[in-house]
Design a binder for this molecule. Structure first.
Ligand SMILES: [Fe+2]
Ligand SMILES: [Fe+2]
Length: 239
């Protein structure tokens, strides 16, 4: 097979991934700080710190792909997206629960499926190396999220309050992730040039398909195992 040409779309997408990995770094670093503040077990704090380091590594690897694809120039990060604001007047554990559900339970769980799929057709060495590493780490990040959520729900001082909070806000979290992955009605499938797939891209519609799979196979059973029943069983909107 010949050399895969890097398109403008490839450069844009890998630059967007650098940005997203910086956001994941900020989320994990913030999580580590908040876990210290609620006196979580050292194991959980160490895990969050390790994840922050891994996310930074993902940003570095993604940037290498961007450069190999012909990209250049400095990063312009959206600083507001790198802030994980505290909710005024609420205890830290409420925000720990929110960040845990949104970024780790939901975000990292669907990320494992997305990166697995992106990696399948990717054979440009620099991109493949990045996706190999990212996929391996995301599995650990997913498990961290579900372990932390289980721990929060069982923590005597605030477990019951966190459970009520998660149950009350879960639908809104699910709507946020649906919007993020284009599950809104009318999202159209889009064909992708073969070389783009070799650089580790996939059509937008596949993101929605994989999120649907994550809803059914991951979110519903994993939340149920933690005793969280919501309108989760409601089928997601078809794109
Ligand atoms: Fe990452
Ligand atoms: Fe991650």
């Amino acid at each position: 097979m010949g050399k895969a040409e890097a398109s403008e779309r490839v450069r844009n997408e890998w630059l967007r991934r650098v940005d997203a990995e910086y956001r994941s770094t900020a989320a994990a670093a913030t999580m580590a700080l908040w876990l210290v503040q609620i006196a979580a077990s050292p194991d959980l704090v160490r895990a969050a710190l390790r994840i922050a380091r891994e996310e930074l590594e993902h940003a570095t690897l993604s940037h290498l792909v961007y450069v190999a694809a012909g990209g250049s120039g400095g990063l312009e990060l959206d600083r507001s997206a790198l802030e994980m604001p505290r909710t005024a007047g609420e205890p830290v554990e409420n925000d720990v629960a929110r960040l845990c559900v949104d970024m780790f339970c939901m975000g990292e769980t669907v990320a494992v499926r997305l990166f697995g799929e992106l990696r399948r057709r990717c054979d440009v060495p620099v991109a493949r190396r990045a996706l190999d590493r990212i996929l391996r780490d995301e599995v650990g990040h997913r498990e961290f999220g579900w372990t932390l959520l289980g721990w929060l729900l069982e923590s005597p001082p605030y477990g019951a309050r966190v459970r009520a909070l998660v149950e009350g806000e879960l639908d809104a979290s699910l709507d946020r992730i649906r919007a993020l992955y284009g599950m809104a009605p009318g999202a159209t499938p889009e064909a992708l040039p073969r070389d783009d797939a070799r650089w580790g891209l996939m059509p937008a519609a596949r993101y929605a398909d994989l999120l649907r799979t994550a809803f059914e196979r991951d979110y519903v059973p994993r939340f149920a195992r933690l005793g969280i029943q919501t309108r989760l069983a409601r089928p997601p909107v078809r794109g």
